[in-house]
Design a protein around this ligand. Sequence first.
Ligand SMILES: CC(C)(COP(=O)(O)OP(=O)(O)OC[C@H]1O[C@@H](n2cnc3c(N)ncnc32)[C@H](O)[C@@H]1OP(=O)(O)O)[C@@H](O)C(=O)NCCC(=O)NCCS
Length: 246
Amino acid sequence: MDSVCSFQLAGRDVHVWPVRTKASSAAVARFAQVLTPLERERAARFRFEHLRQSFILSRGALRILLGRYLGVAPSEVRFMYGPKGKPALVTPAGVSFNTSHSGGLAVFAFTPGCELGVDLERIRPLPDLQDVAQRFFCSEETSDLLALPAGQQERAFFLCWTRKEAYIKATGDGLSVPLDAFRVELRPGEAARFIHVAHDVKAAKAWTLHDLDFGPDYAAALAYQDAERPLTVFRPADPADLLAMP
Ligand SMILES: CC(C)(COP(=O)(O)OP(=O)(O)OC[C@H]1O[C@@H](n2cnc3c(N)ncnc32)[C@H](O)[C@@H]1OP(=O)(O)O)[C@@H](O)C(=O)NCCC(=O)NCCS
């Protein structure tokens, strides 16, 4: 993981920033200041304080990071939304982004000129893992998963889930796309990749899939429709680190 802060996206660079979504009340208040009134209203609608804080910190971090890439104030970054809610920049500034958050961590991915999707899940016990896999995954993925030793299935499940969600987030279609309409590699020792998309093996080769390693508690993946791009994953930052950036 890279620790050098850089806000230059050259050529086909992909930058990934993990940011913790826990902070002091003072830091949360400072992040809230960069949100729009509508975003502050959305924050106020969260019933649970930790979810409210997580939204403020992750949306604020997105604004701060995008502001640095674009050279504008965080509060001046303007979003529009695709038909299924995928956020994008209003001003076509050439930077695509996507974000995900789970279990106290948010992740932000940025690249020029190519839609991407990122997904993060905190790995947690899933007593109905087999049922969920059978309901959502392709039959081959479920077989690959259940062929693993029991102790490896939990992590493999979340790897599969995040690889698949990264794809539906890259396309912007979200869960309106059945998760069994495309297949990801899941066999141990095999690199992450798409095996088919909409049952098209050739189309799958146009896509790149990366696993992102944020330690044993998380599974995360990044997907985009292009040949492999140079990827920089920064070290996990605290919200206060973003406020203190020179
Ligand atoms: C996109 C989606 C898969 C994300 O699910 P999730 O795992 O709960 O959430 P994550 O933490 O990974 O990602 C959330 C972020 O994804 C982004 N996002 C939202 N909709 C998105 C979409 N359609 N495509 C890509 N990214 C999207 C937003 O930045 C969001 O951040 P926010 O919650 O701070 O606004 C899910 O919300 C979805 O399917 N939305 C589309 C709605 C839809 O089609 N529903 C059909 C139900 S059958």
